[in-house]
Ligand binder design. Sequence first.
Ligand code: MG
Length: 202
Amino acid sequence: MKIICIGRNYADHAKEMKAALPTEPIYFLKPDTALLKERNFYYPSFTKDLHFECELVVRIEKVGKHISPEFAHKYYTHMTLGIDFTARDIQQQCKENGLPWERAKGFDHSAPISNTWIEKSQINLETAEFKFFQNDMLRQTGQPRDFIFGIDTIISYVSQYMTLKTGDLIFTGTPAGVGPIQIGDTLRAELNGQELLHLDIC
Ligand code: MG
């Protein structure tokens, strides 16, 4: 199982990162050891600036490659919410030196997701909204209609380069509002008002 993460998929987040808008999807991978389904997240010792990035997550349901956009919807049936934890200090070093991001993005438990999956028939992507709270303070609001690249485009694009397999996850990018977490924080994420994710930072 692989975790595919889309970068800069919301214009407002690209702006806060002082990054140009992409003309085609940008993606990177996290290993399966990044997945976290427990309630506790242990702050790693190698970073002093760990940021949350709350994202809508799509689960691939069947094997596919060279998927055309018009058939991409057949490859996923469920969505949930997750966090693309990012060691921003390490990522900055990687960017400055033109190095890959895995050390900043692919560490153990850097991809917590909800245990609850929502059928896509229950989600209208034109009106859906997710919210992310840090210690009950609203930090991020995301609306899939603001995606620069929609889910079908992402699936089609990535599958031109690598085979998608059952159980693969796609993190679809984060909206503006990313920020640092601290030990003792409680993080929560909800989709259309339903709480899906609850994490305690230890
Ligand atoms: Mg992200």
